[in-house]
Design a protein around this ligand. Structure first.
Ligand SMILES: Nc1ncnc2c1ncn2[C@@H]1O[C@H](COP(=O)(O)OP(=O)(O)O)[C@@H](O)[C@H]1O
Ligand SMILES: O=P(O)(O)OC[C@H]1O[C@](O)(COP(=O)(O)O)[C@@H](O)[C@@H]1O
Ligand SMILES: [Mg+2]
Length: 331
């Protein structure tokens, strides 16, 4: 073990960006693993805002009891404009010194990792990232913490919409989250049996939708569900509804549902709890072993490390096989 590795005694942990179910399981694992390895865990509240404003407190194994099943994040989260400035980062660095922090674990999405990478380089400070976002838009891990719970929430909601859509022979546009990525739409669309799935990763979305509506308007299907990722390039769900009305007139009766933040809340699924627990332990062990500037993820069921730089620069590819499956089963 090198001298640098032995120095890690006090580890900060924060959650940042959009909260995601399973973040609490991640915090719990980071805290418990730190205690297990005789280090002191410190919780940083309100993401990078709390890092700047000194909202930092010691934690212990007991401070994370009874949280594994709770959605949201007990440390709270924030989107911090100030952390994007040199002044903000300098203030946060003062707090690192004040609390003798040797390293930090950040749980969040691509933005959180960009901030971590910059801060880590600027002050030569060891940081490890855990992917926590419902969007699943991080390169270097098969799944992010929160994605599984979110898609299950969406499927449950879309199943309910299906009941009323079928009863009235209606066409529903359901908008799901995913700022720039279609993973939530693709998985929940397949899982809920949507007739069409519109995602930013696919260009032909609207034409394909028109073609399939043309085909099925003759068949009088009892209902149609179109799941649309919020980041889809063909416009928002209301624009889409308008375009369909213009083209098909009263051949389709249309409705729009925007699921919104209901997708971000709720009890984390077992899959998310296990993923977050594995990644929390792996993050602490990585820091203990001298790793820094990396994200811990799981690929092909194994824990893997990816440079934060890569994790933020590269976009995970939408699985072509999933698109093909969606196409085949929605005829
Ligand atoms: N280029 C950057 N430099 C410094 N901090 C950043 C940068 N990009 C994002 N951040 C910080 O990370 C926070 C979370 O990022 P955001 O994109 O909102 O969510 P997520 O991490 O879930 O993708 C931002 O509010 C900001 O404080
Ligand atoms: O809650 P906010 O700040 O309006 O953000 C909404 C965005 O956050 C998300 O729910 C999660 O994104 P991040 O994890 O990148 O923060 C996106 O799907 C959505 O576009
Ligand atoms: Mg993001």
């Amino acid at each position: 073990m090198s001298a640098k590795q032995q120095q890690i005694k006090r580890i900060g942990v924060l959650t940042s960006g959009g909260d995601a179910p399973g973040m609490n399981a991640g915090i719990r694992a980071v805290v418990r693993a730190s205690v297990y390895y005789k280090m002191t865990p410190l919780g940083i509240r309100h993401g990078y805002d709390g890092f700047i404003n000194n909202e930092i407190h010691k934690m212990d194994a007991g401070s994370v009891k009874h949280i594994i099943h709770q959605g949201g994040t007990i440390l709270k989260s924030a989107r911090s404009m100030e952390f994007k400035t040199d002044k903000g980062m300098q203030k946060a660095w003062k707090n690192v010194q004040k609390h003798n922090l040797d390293a930090m674990v950040v749980i969040g999405g691509d933005g959180t990792f960009k901030g971590a990478m910059e801060f880590g380089k600027k002050f030569d400070f060891p940081i490890v990232g855990i992917p926590g976002t419902i969007d699943n838009d991080i390169y270097g891990t098969d799944f992010t913490v929160g994605f599984d719970t979110a898609v299950n929430t969406v499927v449950e909601a879309v199943d309910k919409i299906r009941d009323t859509a079928t009863s009235h022979n209606r066409l529903f546009f359901v908008e799901v989250m995913g700022r720039d990525a279609g993973f939530i739409a693709m998985y929940s669309g397949i899982g809920a049996g949507a007739e069409e799935i519109l995602i930013p990763e696919k260009d032909r979305g609207i034409e394909q939708l028109f073609e399939s509506l043309e085909r099925t308007s003759k068949r009088r299907k009892s209902s149609r569900l179109v799941v649309v990722a919020e980041g889809d390039k063909n416009g928002n769900v209301y624009d889409l509804e308008e375009q369909v009305k213009e083209r098909f007139g009263d051949r389709y009766e249309t409705k729009v549902t925007i699921l919104g933040h209901v997708q971000r809340g709720g009890r984390p699924s077992c899959t998310d709890r296990v993923l977050a627990s594995r990644l929390g332990v792996a993050a602490v062990e990585a820091l203990k072993d001298g790793k820094r500037g990396v994200m811990v993820g799981v690929r092909n069921r194994k824990v893997e490390f990816t440079d934060l730089e890569q994790a933020t620069k590269r976009n995970p590819e939408m699985d072509k096989e999933l698109m093909r499956v969606a196409n085949i089963i929605s005829i």
